[in-house]
Write a protein that binds this ligand. Structure first.
Ligand SMILES: [Zn+2]
Length: 379
């Protein structure tokens, strides 16, 4: 059976948790000092490691011989916690509104753990609990039995009642940096014996947008399409990201303020099956790269990961006289993202946005020109 990369490479120890050093450090210290709290709240975007960290923590506080705070994976307790067991219980609040499970939990919570020191309840997507389930949970949190630990995980912390928040030790999981995601991808692909180049890693890591789970799911899709060798163009075609050449072309026309040509170019992109939203995001990141080229000069070569000929073209575009258009483009395209997502006519939204980039930047340029002329005019 094929195991998804995300599951296969799920962290087993604290060292393997990516990009959450501030949280890991605190948890490990609590374990070392034996100062375990009764209730934890893990918040943050999806795929940032909340549930994985909860599971490691649950095993670590029960482990007979923790290795630098992490579960040893070898002692009797660790082994028994690997399968399903009654000491570490996972409740998915999203799947079954939870009232029954929480009621059940209140019944059983008084019984001591079977194999380890603690009984741990991991409640995923806890914000989905109904209000009666929250009340039931709150009663348990008010007087937790000595041997129980609750770990509540949520992507939407603002939906939790203050009464619950005030009883938990809160940890905010951050989006994982591009650098960390790239490193992870490299390691995973190496272990999977998949060849890759720097560019494809960069594109996948970017598309993962801070989520380990999304990054590895995208990698999964790319590998099943590309086989044992990932290349930039294969990754691009899986993700539906426009090739740099297309971006360079349409940008040249935008910079030359050729409205008609821009629309023709857009038409050919969209008729090849790309969604207006995806293409708009491609344009935004391209313009962001141009801004880097303009502001950093040659130093941008290390950050902007493209082939040499592409970089040469980008250097021609990322210049002072194009600055207004570049900034306007980022501003206008970022502004219509929601509209592109939900509009019934996303194509028209994008067309209008591109026209607006040309018009707005023309006006700004004209005003600046007039201001310059006025300055030169002897008063
Ligand atoms: Zn152990």
């Amino acid at each position: 059976m094929y195991l998804a990369l995300y599951r296969k490479y799920r962290p087993r120890t604290f060292n393997e948790v990516i990009g959450q050093d501030h949280i890991v450090k605190t948890l490990v210290n609590q374990i070392k000092l034996d100062k375990i709290s009764h209730a934890y709240l893990f918040t943050g975007s999806r795929g940032t490691g909340k549930t994985s960290t909860a599971k490691i923590f649950a095993r670590a506080i029960n482990c007979q011989n923790p290795n630098n705070g992490s579960p040893c994976g070898e002692c009797e307790v660790c082994k028994s916690l690997e399968g399903t067991n009654i000491d570490v219980l996972e409740i998915d609040a999203a799947s079954n509104n939870g009232v029954d499970e929480i009621r059940d939990l209140r019944e059983k919570v008084k019984y001591p753990p079977v194999v380890g020191n603690y009984k741990v309840y991991i409640i995923d997507e806890v914000h989905m609990l109904s209000s009666s389930a929250f009340n039931a949970l709150l009663k348990t949190l008010e007087e937790p039995p000595k041997h129980t630990v609750f770990i509540l995980a949520t992507t939407e912390v603002h939906k939790l009642p203050a009464t619950i928040l005030s009883r938990c030790l809160r940890f905010d999981f951050k989006l994982v940096s591009l650098e960390n995601l790239s490193k992870l991808l490299e390691n995973v692909l190496k272990s999977e014996n998949v060849k890759f180049d720097e560019q494809s890693i960069n594109v996948i890591a970017r598309a993962g947008e801070g989520s380990v789970r999304d990054t590895l799911s995208i990698a999964d899709r790319c590998v099943s399409f590309a086989g044992d060798e990932l290349t930039y163009s294969k990754v691009i075609s899986v993700l539906g990201i426009a090739e740099r050449e297309i971006l360079i072309n349409i940008t040249n026309k935008l910079l030359a303020k050729q409205t008609g040509e821009v629309l023709v170019e857009l038409d050919s992109v969209l008729s090849s099956g790309k969604s207006p939203l995806v293409f708009s995001n491609d344009l935004i990141s391209y313009f962001r790269d141009l801004l880097l080229v303009y502001t950093l000069g040659d130093k941008s070569r290390e950050i902007v990961v493209v082939k040499d000929d592409i970089y040469a073209e980008m250097k021609k575009q990322g210049i002072e006289s194009n600055y207004t258009v570049i900034v306007k483009a980022i501003e206008i395209l970022s502004g219509v993202e929601q509209e592109l997502r939900y509009s019934a006519q996303p194509r028209i939204v994008l067309e209008t946005a591109l026209i607006k980039i040309i018009n707005d930047s023309s006006i700004i340029d004209r005003i600046e020109k007039i201001e310059q002329e006025l300055k030169n005019f002897p008063s």
